[in-house]
Every structure is written in C-alpha cells, then in structure tokens.
Design a binder for this molecule. Sequence first.
Ligand SMILES: Nc1ncnc2c1ncn2[C@@H]1O[C@H](COP(=O)(O)OP(=O)(O)OP(=O)(O)O)[C@@H](O)[C@H]1O
Ligand SMILES: [Mg+2]
Length: 357
Amino acid sequence: MTTRPDDTSPDAPAPAADPASPPRSAAPTSLAELERRAASRRGQPAYGHDALIACDRLVRVFTTDGVEVQALQGLDLLVAEGELMALVGASGSGKSTLMNILAGLDVPTAGAATVAGRDLLTMDARARLGYRREVVGFVWQQTARNLLPYLTALQNVMLPMQLRGGRRRAARTKAAEELLSMLSLHHCRDRRPHQLSGGEQQRTAIAVALANTPSVLLADEPTGELDSHTAEQVFTAFRTANEELGTTIVIVTHDQTVASEVRRTVAIRDGRTSSEVLRRTERDATTGQESLVSREYAMLDRAGRLQLPTEYTTSLGMAHRVLLELESDHIGVWPDHTADGAARGRGEGGDGDESGG
Ligand SMILES: Nc1ncnc2c1ncn2[C@@H]1O[C@H](COP(=O)(O)OP(=O)(O)OP(=O)(O)O)[C@@H](O)[C@H]1O
Ligand SMILES: [Mg+2]
C-alpha cells in the first residue's frame, strides 16, 4: 500500500518523532486573515459542479422491525464524464445501496446526489421514470434479471427504445443491430436468452442498457456469475461502450482482474468511500519503456476526516488520538506518547478504543 504523496520516495527517511517535544501548534490566525480566506472561498464553484455523478455526504438508513441499518454513512463520490471506474468493498459495505440510488430505484435518507444535472432527491415519479429510461442504464449480476426470456436479443434491445418512443421502427431496428454488432453479438440477433451463453447474455444486457444512449451505465457485479475468461469478454464490452460511445461507466465488482483494468478503483468501507487506487502508464525517461503504475490514496472527506489504514495505525500503536504537524508540503501524523495515550494505545485505558483508522 502506498498512501503517500506522489513525489515522496518510498525510501525517504521518516522525520524523527520526538515525544519530549510535541509538534508546535500553528500560529494563531488573525481575524483579517480568516476573513480574507472566507472571501476568496465565496466565489468558488460548488462541490462536484463539473462531475457527471456527484454524491455529497449521502446517507441511507434502512429500518426493518425497528432495527436501523446505516447502509450509507455520509458517502462522498465524484465521477467525471467519460470515466470507466470500479467500486469495490466487503459484503454489506453499501455498494448495491449506492448503485440503486444512482439508478433512481431508491431514494437516499439524507445528503445530496446528482447525475447528469438531475437531483436524485427531489425528482418526482414522472421525472424518475424519464431518468431511468434516458439517463441511466443498468446491468444486474443475475443474467436472468437483465433480459426478457420470450424476446430475442434484438427485441430485448429494441424494447427500451419502444418504451421511450419517438423513433420509427426501422430506425430502432438499425440502432439495435448496430449496438449488437459493436459488442460482437450479431450472431445472437434472433436468439432468445436461453439460447445464449452466460457471457453473451450479459453482453446483450449491456446492449439493452445502452439502447437509449444513457449518459451513465451502472453495473452491479455483472461478472459475478461468470468464469474468468467469460468475465474478461464482458469487461471488454464495457470498455468498448466507454470508448466508442463515451458512456460513463461504474462497475461494482469483486473481480480483481476487472478492478485492476480500470484507471480508478474506489473502495467503500462501512458506507463511506475509504480509499482509491489510480493507475496510469508512465514512460521511463531513459529506456522509453512504458509501465503501469498504480497508487493507493486515502480519501479526505469534506469535513477533513481521513481514514488511516488499520495496518498502519496498529503497527505504530496509534489509537484514540494522534498528534498532527503541518509541514510545508505534508502533514505528519504521530502516535500519542503521553502516559495515558500510550496506555490507551495498549488498550489499557479510556474506552479501550482499538479500532485504529
Ligand atoms: N432493503 C433493505 N432493507 C434493510 N437493510 C438493507 C436493505 N438493503 C440493504 N440493507 C443493508 O444495508 C447494508 C448494505 O447492503 P448492500 O446490499 O448495499 O451491500 P453490498 O456492499 O452491496 O454487499 P454485497 O457485496 O454482499 O452485495 C447491509 O447491512 C444490508 O443488510
Ligand atoms: Mg451488493
């Protein structure tokens, strides 16, 4: 794990933490300085103004039999137009809850969420239906859930176009055939789902989801029921849609290969985005060789909260509280070496909080 600034060498020596001299506190800020900062912030654009998907402190609470489950606990997420990204996280971390909200199938309890300029909290039933038909496409894990069994692949792709209305039948047929060809499915045109392989069914499902050229394509574990070779073909179909049509795509996956083939993978932990991995190709200045470099970043939420990786905090005995020091180009985080802090770190004092990050 490399949760460090880009230009910091992994071998750079860490500054020595001296428990005898706690980090200096920042000089008191003058009122005039605070006013100047507030004024300069006033003209700034709102959070996520240029993102296609913007989730701002999203909360979703489910109540069943009087028991509350906080599936999303203030989740922040921005996705730019044209991105192809993956969402990963342990079972129960809130991935499907988020996808259902983005798909317009569920409404958040609190927070804000906009997709392609539509406010997901305030849409009425009519706007919601239009949103689901025109703005988002959805692919489920269960192949059977994506397609109607008594329609052929072509008819399945044409159905959402028909529901939306507007185009003549010949134009719809042509558009549906083009989508099938783009995803290498022309041979499946007149077959019903039970005559298709699992991978072909999921690729047809992608064609169905793309039928009305949505801005966003959402997929919840689309390769969960497939073997790795077939999963690869399905992922290629997503990539094709992203590259050929410019569709923004968010894929929830447990599949490590899928997660490692996208430029950005966001991890969700306990209903919040906790870390993200960015990958980019770098060219060696001397040899000219290209290599894929991936870096893991911790998320800094809008309140300034940072989730430290548990393996980092436990290895340094950090628990309950830490010392912070502002340097010119980074912030140092130090274990609390005061007597009660050390005791807490060993789990002997206070409320025994050992949760780490
Ligand atoms: N309709 C619901 N009613 C009550 N609780 C729910 C409902 N949907 C989800 N939950 C709860 O919310 C939490 C998040 O569930 P969610 O389905 O979003 O997880 P997930 O990350 O998709 O997990 P998985 O990887 O297993 O699919 C879980 O604790 C789950 O039990
Ligand atoms: Mg799920």
